[in-house]
Design a protein around this ligand. Structure first.
Ligand code: PGA
Length: 240
């Protein structure tokens, strides 16, 4: 069976009620029959607004982070059950900004992945190497280590080279394919593996044409409806 193709927007810490409304309206108006699954991941505080707008539409929604704990005295944290309560289908786990700016460990990513699964969510696990690690020839070692910390089943995997995130410097389609093929052997065969890191309307089709790239996790370009829709259509057109 063909693997699910997915384009997920990671809005990061962007948006307002007014800009979210305009963005969602434009996505829904323009998406037509996209041919790929589509999701957006807004900041926690906007999940209610996004859920109200997207319920009953083909666009799913998710969160950008989740607590590894089920409940309790964890000030500022949000549990997987709370995300499920707001209709989230997805949650991003182990994003490089969480790992590098907030000190999240491989073990925490593993615990968050398990917590998400236990609440019925589909975790999108991010793995990826820094520029120094790539230049030292350690890319496979790093992504294998990040993946090994997770009991991976029932999730989506995203390869996001840290040096390509928000930098305008994307991996070449061949670089992405090489790592995706490496990861493919280490996850269940039906796992969608997304590429993330400076995916734009202009480079999406070439990256998605690679055999082991099943879609994208999109940061900056997910905030611009026309860009995001072009990327979504590029994923939908793959192989057709
Ligand atoms: P970018 O971010 O598309 O802005 O590079 C991707 C991500 O962080 O998921």
């Amino acid at each position: 069976m063909a693997r699910t193709r997915l384009v997920a927007g990671n809005w990061k810490m962007h948006g307002s009620r007014a800009s979210n409304r305009a963005l969602l309206d434009a996505i829904l108006a323009g998406m037509g029959n996209a041919g790929a699954q589509c999701a957006v991941c807004p900041p926690f505080v906007y999940l209610q607004q996004v859920a109200e707008r997207l319920r009953g539409t083909p666009v799913a929604w998710g969160a950008q982070n989740v607590s590894e704990h089920a409940q309790g005295a964890y000030t500022g944290e949000v549990s997987a059950a709370m995300l499920a309560d707001f209709g989230c289908r997805y949650v991003i786990v182990g994003h490089s900004e969480r790992r590098h700016l907030f000190g999240e460990t491989d073990a925490q990513a593993g615990a968050k992945f398990a917590a998400a699964r236990a609440a019925g969510l589909t975790p999108i696990l991010c793995v990826g190497e820094t520029l120094g690690e790539r230049e030292a020839g350690r890319t496979e070692e790093i992504v294998a280590r990040q993946l090994a910390a997770v009991e991976f089943a029932g999730g989506v995997l995203a390869y996001e080279p840290v040096w390509a995130i928000g930098t305008g410097r994307n991996a070449t389609p061949e670089q992405a394919q090489a790592v995706h093929a490496f990861l493919r052997l280490r996850v269940p065969p039906d796992t969608p593996i997304l590429y993330g890191g400076s995916v734009k309307a202009q480079n999406a089709a070439a990256i998605f044409a690679m055999p082991d790239v099943d879609g994208g996790l999109i940061g900056g370009a997910s905030l611009v409806a026309a860009e995001f829709l072009t990327i979504l259509r590029a994923a939908g057109a793959k192989g057709s």
